[in-house]
Design a protein around this ligand. Structure first.
Ligand SMILES: Nc1ncnc2c1ncn2[C@@H]1O[C@H](COP(=O)(O)OP(=O)(O)OP(=O)(O)O)[C@@H](O)[C@H]1O
Ligand SMILES: [Mg+2]
Length: 225
């Protein structure tokens, strides 16, 4: 599903250059559930942003679903971002004026699904996430865990082959975090590929594979040991 070769990303700040990603080679098969750990500043979010096509590498190659991402034009890139990738952030990124259900349905604007079917799919996802009686609430009327579940429903509405999550439980208490991890485990069992950044060993233990980053490099990959 994912393949990178010599992926590099540098940031120039004043006179110094930060090598946020330093020749990263990474292969992820469909159906995998990968946790990415590593100290603050080790390049985890930079990697996720590039894999999510939200940022572009300075050097190296990235293939997503056999396609070289560098060769996609802006239009194709928006479609890939919208249809192939679900992205969950630590801070939810919900639109405040929209209800939970409206937030979940947002990414469907690029797909040709009809309104009724879309609504049914959105309601079904929210129900599965235990939010059947919160569909018409706005984000400020929801708890942190509920907001994150809305964000997860939104990330899954297009049934993207790849789910990327950057510290999805970073703002949640441990009970809610466990619920989110149970959900990730369940959808992974059903075939969803997941790549997730976390600072917590306990959260990472839900994944099948663990990657540790340091100074922009992959320092350890449990699939190689
Ligand atoms: N836009 C930017 N401009 C300059 N430097 C950046 C930028 N984004 C990231 N960096 C630097 O790149 C390095 C990697 O950052 P990144 O956000 O990927 O780390 P991280 O592993 O996600 O850390 P954390 O665990 O704190 O989220 C850091 O040294 C950071 O300061
Ligand atoms: Mg980060």
């Amino acid at each position: 599903m994912i393949s990178t070769a010599d992926l590099c990303r540098q940031f120039r700040v004043g006179d110094s250059v930060v090598h946020a990603l330093d020749h990263v080679d990474l292969q992820i098969d469909g159906g995998d559930f990968v946790a990415v750990m590593g100290p603050s500043g080790s390049g985890k979010s930079t990697l996720m942003n590039i894999l999510g096509c939200l940022d572009t590498p300075d050097d190296g190659q990235y293939w997503l679903l056999e396609q070289p991402v560098a060769e996609l034009d802006d239009d194709a890139l928006s479609r890939v971002r919208n249809l192939k990738i679900g992205f969950v952030f630590q801070s939810f990124h919900l639109l405040p004026r929209m209800t939970a259900l409206e937030n979940v349905l947002l990414p469907l604007r690029y797909s040709d699904i009809d309104v009724g079917a879309a609504r049914a799919r959105g309601e079904d996802l929210l129900r599965r996430l235990g939010l059947e009686d919160r569909m018409d609430h706005r984000p400020n009327q929801l708890s942190g865990g509920q907001r994150q579940r809305v964000a997860i429903a939104r990330s899954l509405i297009n049934e993207p082959p790849l789910l990327l999550a950057d510290e999805p439980t970073g703002n949640l208490d441990s009970r809610t975090s466990d619920e989110i991890m149970d959900l990730f485990g369940e959808i992974n069992q059903q075939g969803q590929t997941i790549l997730m950044v976390t600072h917590e060993e306990e959260i990472a233990s839900h994944a099948k594979r663990l990657i540790r980053m340091r100074d922009g490099r992959i320092e350890h990959d449990s699939s190689h040991s």
